[in-house]
Design a protein around this ligand. Structure first.
Ligand code: NAD
Length: 256
């Protein structure tokens, strides 16, 4: 059971007391920027079957259907800005309070808010890639090729295979360097702060358990439920932007 009263002041106290705090973020940290998450009542999964639209099998068998879903999504992602929660997370990193920032998000908003060395465990929309010949192109070029193609499918100039972004799809291997970095960080951590994740997606969902088994603490700031709610040392349920901004202010008071 959570042992502390729920509130951003307690989060500040936990962060101040930690020697090696890390953070794990998910789609919920970006909803205040206007990007729907997956599993909320207003999330993407209410309208689409993810196994169909975000899977390698659709990419391979029906790239036009795959791109018909993904192309407008990139316009949405390109038109948003980092929010107060991304900025607070960057500030916590700058101060050395958060040592590693691991994200399941592919939207690049942490980096745009000033975070450095973000561990992107589900890939990112940073560039396009060809899975056949290994060719890489910028994300704008990828979208321009999709727009120019009659069937909406961008193709590799070198080998003509259909291209995708570097976002990891269902049925695709996770980026091994990022997964190793995430588990190494959890191995060293004495506190993990989870923000905006339902902690449903393995293997990243195992990180809080790993920190806990090593004697570390778990703080969760997420509106919906997670499998760790009963064992978390701190459980916050407000909006990420408000709660993290308040935690930063409380941290200022503690360190004055
Ligand atoms: P999820 O959709 O499963 O869970 C999001 C959680 O955040 C929910 O519990 C929700 O209640 C909570 N939440 C929503 N808005 C919040 C807010 N303002 N403050 C605090 N909590 C809030 O997301 P997940 O755990 O990240 O896992 C799903 C997968 O979704 C990941 O693989 C990720 O790559 C992908 N995804 C990413 C983006 C993005 O990059 N922005 C968007 C949608 C999905």
């Amino acid at each position: 059971m959570p042992t502390m009263a729920d509130g951003p002041e307690e989060l500040a106290r936990l962060l101040a007391a930690a020697d090696h705090a890390i953070a794990l973020t998910g789609a919920g940290i970006s909803t205040e920027s206007g990007i729907p998450d997956f599993r909320s009542p207003t999330g993407v999964w209410q309208r689409f079957d993810p196994m169909e639209v975000a899977s390698m099998s659709t990419f391979m068998a029906d790239p036009a259907r795959f791109w018909a879903f993904h192309r407008p999504r990139y316009d949405l992602l390109a038109g948003v800005e980092p929010n107060a929660a991304h900025r607070a997370m960057a500030e916590l990193q700058r101060r050395g309070v958060i040592r590693s920032l691991i994200t399941q998000n592919i939207d690049r908003l942490h980096a745009r808010a000033g975070s450095e060395g973000v561990v992107e465990v589900h890939g990112s929309m940073s560039h396009g890639e060809c899975l056949r010949c290994g060719g890489r192109i910028g994300i704008e070029d990828l979208m321009a090729r999709a727009d120019a193609a009659e069937d909406g499918v961008p193709r590799c100039e070198a080998c003509d295979f259909q291209m995708k972004s570097a976002v990891i799809m269902f049925g695709e291997a996770l980026p091994s360097a990022a997964i190793t970095a995430a588990f190494d960080a959890a191995d060293r951590a004495d506190l993990i702060l989870v923000v905006g994740s339902s902690l449903q997606v393995a293997p990243v969902s195992e990180l809080p358990g790993l920190v806990r088994r090593r004697g570390g603490r778990i703080a969760i700031l997420t509106e919906g439920d997670t499998p760790y709610d009963d064992v978390a040392d701190l459980r916050l349920r407000g909006r990420a932007g408000d709660q993290l901004t308040e935690a930063l202010t409380a941290l200022d008071r503690l360190t004055e």
